[in-house]
Design a binder for this molecule. Structure first.
Ligand code: ZN
Length: 85
């Protein structure tokens, strides 16, 4: 996605029940929205992701090629962004 990226260095484990729902890459874009929430204490094991601490929602963008959706973007996805190839 476009814009600035911030990282805390804190790694979170992906929740496998969500990862399992992702389809295999089939040459077509996979449109997603992403959300970011403000977390007061990352060391806590439980976090609330609700409207009071929602920072931003971005998208739709393609999970594979990281391009933003436009009305004219083609259906075929080039896959990973060029800088990662
Ligand atoms: Zn794509």
């Amino acid at each position: 996605m476009s814009g600035r990226v911030y990282s805390t260095g804190i790694q979170q484990q992906a929740v496998s029940k969500f990862a399992a729902a992702l389809p295999e890459f089939n040459g077509r874009h996979l449109w997603i929205f992403t959300g970011a929430w403000v977390v007061q204490n990352p060391a806590r094991s439980h976090h609330n992701f609700d409207m009071e601490n929602l920072l931003t929602v971005d998208g739709p963008g393609c999970l594979h090629c990281e391009q933003h959706w436009t009305p004219t973007i083609g259906a075929k996805c080039p896959g990973e962004p060029k800088e990662n190839r």
